[in-house]
Write a protein that binds this ligand. Structure first.
Ligand SMILES: O=P(O)(O)OC[C@H]1O[C@H](O[C@H]2O[C@H](CO)[C@@H](O)[C@H](O)[C@H]2O)[C@H](O)[C@@H](O)[C@@H]1O
Length: 521
């Protein structure tokens, strides 16, 4: 069994089944099926080869839970030795076909739903909201054609940017669970590969579908006290409540739990174990303070002088989300290595840039995304679209709160329609990047190797402030030192850093202790 945690740096999306996971509609479905089948079996002429006993909870779980109406009718009746024709969508409710009986079941279901309403599971809503705070995308999956009706009744429709339900399945002719088609369609619409997404399911057919779809984590939710059935169907882990799911990876801590690097210097310095530091520094929010206009950002005279001194004492690199030429122009310190576009490009002091080749395949998609995003966001006051060579940023720092969702949704939508791109989030910015396994952490190792800065006598020290810096902080978690520069914008989020500092000036003070002048005590 794997840990019950969703890692926001790895799992870029979580797909939730609806009935039984988000809403307590499973009991309404079960009652509707029972109403249908008990009446049908009672009225059908007895035959020795057929079993006409009443429909049970076990029948619900094994034969209809999670399946489309038509498959549910066929599979349950088959288990009782009864074969019915599939029929056609135009069949009347009650006609003796799978479509006809399925329609009758739906009439039962809608009546009960209108009478009793859809009950929402609080643990699921709380998990979805936490995922959003960590910028993990969410989708809802259901074999039901009543999915949107149930979500709206339950008041949670707004929580899911993507919905793949019985209506979508019929339009696209997607087979139902245990086929993975519904899940794969949702992942496609979110622009996230299954290998980077998790699924939460309470039905055996749904668990089997997610497993068959190659999803990174299949979380079985057993609210019925029968965990074995989900484990047997292929769940990685089975929980009885979504309150048991944490959003973190082992090693991550909350910002509020991280010691201040200067106050706890002795403890922090022991991580370096006498090794020579290699300083790898983020730019915006780390070396330079955040400004409303990214074009107005510069290094203070004091910080530039400090970095100039640090370069005399140890290797220094800046790894930024900005375009390489942009960040080089703003750093302007002799001897510093720079990486731009979140590490897709890098250059040594005075060298020509080299690009991460696999990222180049995404350049045409980024060009199209740039045109479409610029057009889409032109009417949004304050939105700023910024093209870097290997990334496209949509800034919303100066956008009214009511319009922020519009900026983020436009970026997500365009990304889902353009293969080869993925979405990342930063401080009041959403960005599209080439969808390859590359980030500031991978870039950090690339830079160290390129610059010949590897070996047991060297300690990588990374400092950053943003979500995208967490990949680099994770990279140095084992063998180096990670420093997070605090910002009120992030609340008490998770981090891989070992210590924190409160602003650029304190960071410089800490770096000067990490790489002291010759002769310093
Ligand atoms: O990796 P970094 O060097 O930290 O770059 C990340 C992004 O930084 C810039 O945006 C951020 O700073 C802006 C200026 O202070 C601020 O207005 C914006 O809200 C921040 O997100 C830069 O403009 C982006 O291109 C970088 O990706």
């Amino acid at each position: 069994m794997v840990a019950t945690s969703i890692d926001p740096l790895f799992h870029r999306a979580v797909l939730f089944d609806m009935d039984g996971v988000l809403t307590n509609t499973a009991r309404l479905h079960s009652a509707a099926w029972k109403g249908l089948f008990d009446q049908y079996l009672a009225e059908r002429s007895p035959t020795p080869s057929e079993d006409h006993r009443p429909f049970t909870d076990d029948d619900y779980r094994h034969h209809v839970d999670g399946k489309s109406r038509v498959d549910g009718v066929l599979d349950f009746l088959h288990s009782r030795g009864i074969g019915l024709p599939r029929g056609d969508v135009g069949d009347e409710a009650g006609e003796e076909t799978a479509h006809g009986l399925g329609k009758l079941k739906d009439e039962h279901f809608r009546r009960v739903l209108d009478e009793q309403g859809a009950e929402v599971f609080a643990d699921a809503v709380s998990l979805v909201e936490s995922l959003h705070q960590h910028h993990v995308a969410t989708a809802v999956i259901s074999a039901s054609r009543n999915c949107s009706r149930v979500l709206e009744q339950a008041g949670i429709g707004h929580l899911f940017g993507v919905r793949v339900d019985g209506v979508v399945a019929a339009e696209l002719e997607l087979p139902g669970k245990p086929d993975p088609a519904l899940f794969l369609e949702a992942a496609r619409r979110l622009g996230v590969p299954p290998a980077r997404a998790a699924v939460v399911e309470d039905a055996e057919a749904g668990v089997a579908a997610a497993r068959a779809g190659g999803f990174a984590l299949v979380l079985g939710l057993d609210r019925a006290g029968l965990p074995r059935r989900l484990a047997d169907a292929g769940a990685d882990v089975v929980v009885s409540s979504l309150d048991e799911v944490t959003i973190a990876a082992p090693g991550q801590r909350r910002l509020s739990e991280i010691p201040d690097g200067l106050v706890h210097w002795n403890e922090i310095s022991s991580r370096l174990r006498g090794r020579r530091p290699v300083l790898l520094l983020d730019f915006d929010g780390t070396l330079a303070p955040i400004r409303k206009d990214p074009a107005q950002v510069s290094l203070s005279v004091r910080t530039r002088a400090a970095v100039q001194e640090l370069v005399q004492r140890c290797p220094v690199a800046v790894i930024s989300g900005r375009d390489l030429s942009d960040v080089r122009g703003r750093v302007r310190v002799e001897g510093v290595w720079c990486a731009g576009s979140h590490g897709f490009e890098l250059a040594g002091p005075g060298d020509d840039p080299i690009a991460q080749e696999a990222g180049e395949a995404a350049l045409p998609a980024l060009d199209v995304a740039e045109q479409r995003l610029s057009a889409e966001l032109a009417p949004v006051a304050g939105a700023l679209v910024d093209r870097k060579r290997f990334a496209l940023a949509a800034h919303y720092r100066n956008v009214s709160p009511a319009d922020v969702d519009r900026v983020v949704s436009a970026a997500r939508q365009i990304c889902s329609e353009l293969p080869g791109l993925r979405v990342t989030h930063g401080r009041k910015v959403v960005e599209l990047l080439p969808d390859i396994d590359w980030n500031k952490g991978r870039a950090l190792r690339w830079l160290l190797e390129r610059a010949g800065l590897t070996g047991p006598d060297l300690a990588p020290v990374f400092a950053g402030d943003d979500y995208t810096d967490e990949d680099a902080l994770r990279e140095v978690h084992e063998d180096g030192l990670g420093i997070v520069v605090l910002s009120v914008e992030h609340g008490d989020r998770l981090t891989w850093a070992h210590c924190s500092v409160d602003g650029a000036d304190r960071l410089i003070e800490l770096l000067s202790r990490i790489a002291p002048p010759p002769g310093a005590p």
